[in-house]
Design a protein. Structure first.
Length: 155
């Protein structure tokens, strides 16, 4: 895992363990940056899962975010906490769509549980149903690096 200090000289470099812990525990939205067919930027707030040093999210098949991400095979992302002590992780990575429905269902269930606390809710049931019907995609981001910052005291 390549980690870059986003604020060199201002805040200490976060350790790999601190970055992993932030990405694993955070229920903040990931801000996904893509460019459209005209080269114009798009920002998409999404729920995410961090697992095996990769980021996963679901989206509607052929949505603007999926089409943009897969066309360029490159995305930027940022997850940052707006409460003190301010902390965040951003980066750039390649992206691909995953095809195995059973694996996608497991990933979606983890994302839904992370943000909704369980699967027994309208949003969760809808996402699972859409994956089963082939209408919802799971995309995997393989980060090239993580740029991290924290305004809090060193841990």
């Amino acid at each position: 895992m390549k980690i870059i200090n986003a604020l060199p000289g201002f805040s200490p470099l976060l350790t790999e363990q601190q970055v992993r812990e932030f990405l694993l525990k955070s229920k903040l939205n990931l801000q996904l940056g893509t460019t459209d067919e005209k080269g114009e930027p798009n920002i998409h707030p999404i729920w995410y899962l961090f697992e095996n040093d990769k980021l996963y999210f679901t989206t509607r098949k052929n949505s603007k975010k999926e089409n943009n991400a897969l066309r360029q095979n490159l995305v930027y992302f940022s997850i940052d906490d707006e409460t003190f002590p301010y902390k965040g992780v951003k980066g750039k990575g390649t992206v691909k769509s995953l095809d195995d429905i059973n694996s996608n269902l497991k990933t979606a269930e983890k994302i839904i549980t992370k943000y909704m606390g369980g699967l027994e809710n309208d949003i969760g049931r809808w996402i699972i149903s859409e994956i089963r019907q082939g209408n919802e995609s799971v995309l995997e981001i393989s980060p090239k690096f993580f740029s991290a910052w924290s305004f809090g005291p060193p841990s």
